[in-house]
Design a binder for this molecule. Structure first.
Ligand code: UT7
Length: 342
């Protein structure tokens, strides 16, 4: 039988500085009440000047490795998903590989905006399921505050900075049961941020800021996450009612509630922390997964559905068979969470 890619460790890192809705009221014409009602966001974290996608990814990665009780020198590969990398190159994954001390590991980035972490997780899982590698660190990390225009009320209310990480380890239990990915590049103009190497015939002085058609994305998001989740659930040979926990991309509390409803699941079955961190793109799912574990919401044998959407446009979902985290011999129970939680 092929090995399975069990999640052996979970990590998160949130920058210390909190920017509340009241702080944003001072920057643009908005209100705390409007932001909470339309998005569910109360506050978000903002990276310090000396922090970046790699420094935050290193912190989250260390926590995940500690929980898995894996020596970084044993890692075969480091994957990083980010839309706000330290630079055009090298890969942020290489900086994380060095920072965590993964001296034997290869490293590369997987870029798919808010679908980035799920894409990297599926990529890493397959290296393990084919028997090529045994231990892989997968990081989602973002400093979106650096590509948000803080004078644009359409976008600045939504986004925040964070990093999350998982360690995958070859095992006979746990890991992905199915995944699906989709893309519609014809709608790339609905959500994007240009980079320094963008086409030179584009007249765009604010090239690196996030640009978004919010209403279009809202409608797309619910439909895309619902259909991807249904597809992944069917591919795993399950029924919707078998789902124990939804861990959706944390973009907007209304989107999360509407998707749970469209799936016919109670909204309490969905993990939500967008109120505290806003939308952290590729970091949102691993941070939410770590916090689901801290809250004791992940149990041995649970069926967990990760689902996401974003720039591309792109969308996808994955079904996980949850097996306890920690070393194979003595997997940690959720009750131990406070010892290593940040
Ligand atoms: O990772 C994926 C990233 N993107 C997303 O997930 C975005 C998805 N979209 C959304 O979350 C929502 O569309 C938004 C939160 C961006 C906007 O909420 P909405 O309910 O779709 O609002 P709207 O754009 O339809 O605007 C409603 C009203 C408008 O005023 P009028 O025309 O009704 O008078 C806007 O001008 O709210 C106004 N408005 C604001 N008011 C206060 C728009 N932005 C703001 C604001 N503060 N920041």
């Amino acid at each position: 039988m092929n090995p399975r890619a069990r999640i052996a460790g979970l990590g998160k890192y949130l920058p210390a500085h909190i920017r509340t809705n009241a702080d944003i009221e001072k920057l643009v014409d908005t209100s705390d009440a409007w932001i909470q009602e339309r998005t569910g966001v109360r506050e978000r974290r903002i990276a310090a000047d000396n922090e970046s996608a790699s420094t935050m990814g290193i912190e989250a990665g260390r926590q995940a490795l500690e929980q898995a009780e894996i020596d970084p020198a044993e890692l075969d590969l480091v994957l990083s998903a980010t839309t706000s990398p330290d630079g055009t190159f090298p890969a942020t994954a290489s900086l994380i590989q060095d920072g965590v001390g993964a001296v034997r590991a290869g490293a590369f980035d997987v870029t798919a905006a808010c679908v980035g972490f799920l894409s990297a997780l599926a990529t890493g899982s397959q290296f393990i399921e084919t028997g090529s590698y045994k231990r892989i660190l997968v990081v989602g990390t973002e400093v979106l505050s650096r590509i948000v225009d803080w004078t644009d009320r359409d976008t600045c209310i939504l986004f925040g900075d964070a990093a999350g990480a998982v360690v995958l380890e070859a095992s006979d239990q746990g890991g992905p049961l199915s995944f699906v990915f989709h893309s519609d590049g014809s709608r790339a103009d609905k959500l994007y941020a240009h980079g320094p190497a963008t086409r030179r015939d584009i007249d765009d002085h604010d090239y690196h800021f996030i640009s978004m058609d919010g209403r279009h994305i809202f409608k797309f998001a619910v439909q895309a996450m619902e259909s991807a989740a249904r597809e992944a659930i069917e591919a795993a040979g399950m029924k919707i009612e078998d789902v124990d926990l939804l861990v959706p991309h944390q973009a907007n509390a209304r989107i999360i509630r509407a998707t749970a409803k469209a799936l016919g699941l109670p909204e309490e079955r969905a993990m939500v922390n967008v109120d505290r961190y806003g939308n952290t793109s590729a970091a949102s799912i691993p941070v939410a997964l770590r916090e689901a574990w801290e809250e004791g919401r992940l149990h041995d044998g649970d069926r967990v559905v990760l689902m996401t959407f974003g720039g591309g446009l792109s969308w996808g979902a994955m079904v996980l068979d949850w097996a306890p985290v920690g070393p194979l011999s003595a997997a940690a129970e959720p009750a131990h969470a406070t010892a290593s939680g940040s």
